[in-house]
Design a protein around this ligand. Structure first.
Ligand SMILES: Cc1cc2nc3c(=O)[nH]c(=O)nc-3n(C[C@H](O)[C@H](O)[C@H](O)COP(=O)(O)OP(=O)(O)OC[C@H]3O[C@@H](n4cnc5c(N)ncnc54)[C@H](O)[C@@H]3O)c2cc1C
Length: 367
């Protein structure tokens, strides 16, 4: 059995960021990941500019830019039976090149894990965590491979369906209205340019993003029971003929975890809180919550209960503040997405007022 200061469960952007920054501060860190890396995951592959300050802190911004990626110049909003309008991608106010980037998750997440390993993190993929229990004031973590590890702190960065949060009763069982997400990588559809296309269909919404090298990411989100029709609509819209290898995920929205920190366990990224996919902000929130948590965990390695309690309180407050501002447009799209009839009623008005769309988009794509 190995002993660590911090055991991080899940090597998405939240987990890898937290792992790198804790390890660089001198903590012994274990990063456990269920999948074999590199792996794809359900995501629109759009990186919001708010991610860049964290990527700079991790000193990976040049390496991220060197990945196969595109920088969309315009966004096309299109609505089934109502037409479309295009707006330029708002210019970020940040220093240097802080643009929106479309980059495949398997590449981005692999790079962030590489960075964590360089920082001294012990990484084990193909190791789903299957149990946690308290042993003499520390956490014993068991994986499906039969390994046991001891950790003073646990970071649950295991995504929107966090098993850790479920084992420890840190998620509420109450689900928001059920929705499902689908995603596929396809050859870039003919007749479409490199604009980021956000489309409201009759049965849900979706996004098409150009990944470069002739590849595109297509994502769809629908209320329960409507995905079959939505998929058909999208296949017709983009002229997809052959069977696609869709990946799926649910839930799309979930009530925020009532406890983001308890007994030395800290929820991070989607495990703590999910945001509506439409505005493409989830990765940047995951990165920022990973960095926030690392800074707090680096204030003390001790297993003394006073230090632990103060870290938990600091994280609760910091996490609340992180998600408090800047999510107005995200909340609005969540509401509209759950009520497609209202979204369709509003669409003609929005299409006629591209300035309003530019304003709302600038609230999302800006740092
Ligand atoms: C349809 C859709 C489209 C989206 N599009 C975008 C977009 O364009 N831009 C954007 O910024 N965000 C987007 N998001 C949101 C974004 O994907 C998430 O917010 C982001 O991935 C959260 O990162 P994370 O590190 O918290 O979790 P994740 O990226 O989900 O990583 C969690 C990791 O934990 C691992 N894991 C799970 N269980 C265990 C276990 N028991 N043991 C060990 N490891 C485990 C998983 O394998 C995974 O690697 C989208 C979401 C959806 C659903």
């Amino acid at each position: 059995m190995n002993a660590f200061d911090v055991i991080i469960i899940g090597a998405g952007p939240a987990g890898s960021t937290c792992a790198t920054l804790c390890s660089e501060a001198g903590q012994r860190v274990l990063l456990l990941e269920a999948s074999r890396f590199p792996r794809d995951k359900v995501c629109g592959d759009c990186l919001n500019p708010a991610a860049w300050p964290v990527l700079e802190r991790l000193v990976v911004e040049e390496r991220v830019r060197a990945l196969t990626s595109t920088t969309p110049e315009k966004i096309r909003f299109s609505v089934a039976d109502a037409g479309s309008t295009e707006i330029p991608v708002p210019k970020s106010q940040g220093k240097g090149n802080t643009s929106e980037l479309v980059v495949r998750r398997r590449d981005l997440d692999e790079l962030l894990v590489e960075r964590a390993i360089e920082a001294g993190v012990q990484f084990q993929d193909g190791s789903p965590v299957t149990a946690l229990r308290k042993v003499s004031g520390q956490w014993e973590v068991t994986t499906s491979t039969g390994d046991y590890h001891l950790g003073k702190r646990i970071v649950a960065a295991d995504g929107r369906n966090s098993v850790t949060a479920r084992y420890l009763g840190m998620h509420t069982s109450r689900r928001r209205k059920g929705r499902i997400g689908l995603q596929v990588h396809i050859p870039h559809p003919t007749g479409y340019d490199s604009a980021l296309e956000m489309r409201i269909y009759r049965h849900g919404y979706g996004g098409l993003a150009d990944l470069g090298n002739g590849l595109a990411n297509l994502c769809l989100v629908a209320n329960d029971g409507e995905m079959k029709e939505l998929r058909k609509e999208a296949e017709i819209h983009y002229g997809l003929t052959s069977a696609c290898a869709w990946r799926s995920i649910t839930p799309i929205s979930r009530a925020s975890a009532p406890h983001v920190a308890r007994e030395g366990v800290f929820l991070c990224g989607d495990a703590a809180r999910v945001v509506e996919p439409f505005t493409g902000e989830g990765i940047s929130f995951a990165l920022r919550s990973g960095a926030l948590l690392a800074d707090i965990l680096n204030t003390g390695k001790s297993d003394c209960t006073k230090v632990q309690a103060s870290q938990e309180e600091l994280y609760r407050r910091g996490h609340r503040d992180l998600y408090r501002s800047g999510l107005l447009v995200n909340r609005l799209t969540c509401l509209l997405s759950e009520h497609p009839k209202i979204a369709h009623a509003l669409s003609p008005f929005l299409l006629k007022h591209p300035n309003l769309l530019t304003f709302l988009t600038s609230k999302v794509i800006s740092i």
